[in-house]
Design a protein around this ligand. Structure first.
Ligand code: ADP
Length: 373
């Protein structure tokens, strides 16, 4: 593809066309010239120009009619069309912009004005083109990365499934208690490995920006209710009381991806349960202090986090002291959660007092309902 910028001059006066070509010569452009509106439309249909210089008054279709058709019928919304007119008339210029013109020049055309306006437009077009190419390269590389991660996860999981399957079979078939116990340990390790593959895949995809986030309006009470339902068995196992938010309002809508919002809430609630104390509490709160933002707080009465450790909890594989305890985890939940929240246009913050408890604040765009949806 040639790198020369292409300009179309649509102008009925041969003298003006000649004048324009002469002053544009130093810019080394590819120039096409036509003397009426119909030909201009035909040429633009054939190819998208980098800049179009369009006389308003021409035989056949006027420059404004052509501009309108280029935008509405050909769908070239961004081709820079600079209209040229002999009349410095405000109303005409306004109509030109309404028809889709990008700019205008008053005749007689000044050499410096023509040169500087066209150079600026061409610079912009080159920049847009470079950005477009860079985006296409990044998208291709992300697609390749995503395919690679998916394949890798598949290759890692296949032997693991065989290990899990055969171990389960051996455990069922054997009457030997020691073998049964060993199988139990193998199965635990294999399950751990399975979660690791799943979470590392998720984090890698999120970091490479290759997960689909579909933002819709979500009923927040419903999302909290559904998440509580998922973590209730765990809360029962740890003997932790889960308290729902007080339903003082008719409800709240938040802008989020439903599945990912549930993933975030479940992860924060599971942590609040896991890192709690015996017979502890987890409270879910909702705040709507600022316009268009909703804060969801997940507070616990647990072990808390030392101030110096707070930034570390969002680092992958950093479990602080938890790796020396029998609390299960991989140290990937919070880094994944934070990235997802940010991809949904939200913020995740934490306040914590050691030995007293923590509160994780998830802030999203949303509003309180004033009537039932
Ligand atoms: P995991 O729970 O798998 O270890 P996370 O990424 O979810 O990983 O959390 C990272 C670390 O942050 C945890 O290992 C724990 O030390 C600390 N942490 C997370 N949530 C809490 C909480 N609610 N209270 C105290 N510590 C927490």
């Amino acid at each position: 593809m040639s790198n020369t910028a292409e300009v179309l001059i649509a102008e009925d006066s041969e003298e003006t066309r000649y004048y324009l070509k002469r002053i544009l010569k130093p810019l080394n452009l590819g120039i096409t010239e036509v003397e009426n509106g119909d030909l201009a439309l035909e040429k633009i249909k054939e190819r998208e120009f980098d800049v179009v210089l369009m006389d308003i008054v021409m035989p056949g279709k006027s420059g404004l009619e052509v501009t309108k058709k280029v935008r509405e019928e050909l769908g070239y919304l961004f081709t820079p069309i600079i209209v040229m007119t002999a009349y410095n008339d405000e109303e005409l210029i306004e109509t030109a912009f309404k028809s889709g013109a990008s700019d205008f020049m008053i005749k007689p055309l000044s050499k410096n004005e023509v040169l500087s306006r066209i150079s600026k437009r061409i610079q912009q077009r080159n920049l847009e083109r470079e950005m477009c190419n860079a985006r296409a390269i990044a998208e291709k590389s992300n697609r390749e990365k995503s395919d690679f991660i998916t394949r890798l996860a598949h290759e890692l999981k296949t032997p693991l499934n065989a290990i899990i399957g055969y171990t389960q079979l051996t455990k069922i078939k054997s009457d030997d208690q020691e073998i049964k116990t060993n199988c139990y340990e193998v199965l635990n390790a294999a399950k751990h490995q399975e979660s690791l593959i799943r979470e590392v895949t998720d984090l890698t995809k999120i970091e490479a920006g290759i997960i689909d986030i579909c933002i819709t309006d979500i009923d927040l009470f419903q999302a909290i209710e559904n998440s509580i339902h998922l973590v209730q068995p765990m809360a029962d196992e740890f003997n932790i009381t889960l308290n729902k938010p007080l339903q003082t309002k008719l409800g709240y809508l938040v802008k989020a991806d439903y599945t990912r919002l549930i993933q975030v809430l479940v992860n924060l609630m599971s942590n609040a349960i896991k890192y709690n104390k015996a017979d502890g509490k987890v409270n879910i709160l909702i705040k709507n202090d600022s316009d268009q933002r909703i804060k969801i707080g997940i507070s616990d009465s647990g072990i808390g986090i030392a101030e110096k450790d707070i930034p570390l909890i969002f680092e992958a594989f950093n479990r602080l002291g938890a790796s020396n305890t029998d609390i299960e985890g991989l140290g990937l939940g919070l880094p994944i959660t934070k990235k997802i929240v940010e991809l949904m246009g939200g913020v995740l913050e934490v306040e914590s007092v050691e030995n007293e408890g923590s509160i994780f604040w998830l802030e999203l765009t949303g509003c309180a309902l004033t009537h039932h949806p």
